[in-house]
Ligand binder design. Sequence first.
Ligand SMILES: [Zn+2]
Length: 87
Amino acid sequence: MSNRKPYTKPELRKLEESDPFVQTFMAELNQRFPIVHILKGGFPLCGFSLKLPEHWPDEHKWISYLDKEVHKATCEDCKKEYERDRS
Ligand SMILES: [Zn+2]
């Protein structure tokens, strides 16, 4: 007979959004990969907020509609609106 302990599955903890670990992780993630909206006339094309960008949550950034680096936007809805606008 073997003395080895029977294998038990490690207990998996379901991560909740309120978990400090998740919050720290998300904050880090948002900082590294912010959602970059395309701003036209002071508002994001996707309409995610009617507030001025300075009042947006930290993870939301913006780039101007007229910026030559507008392709760096990461918001899918903004990009779709941008393409529609340009065609
Ligand atoms: Zn957007």
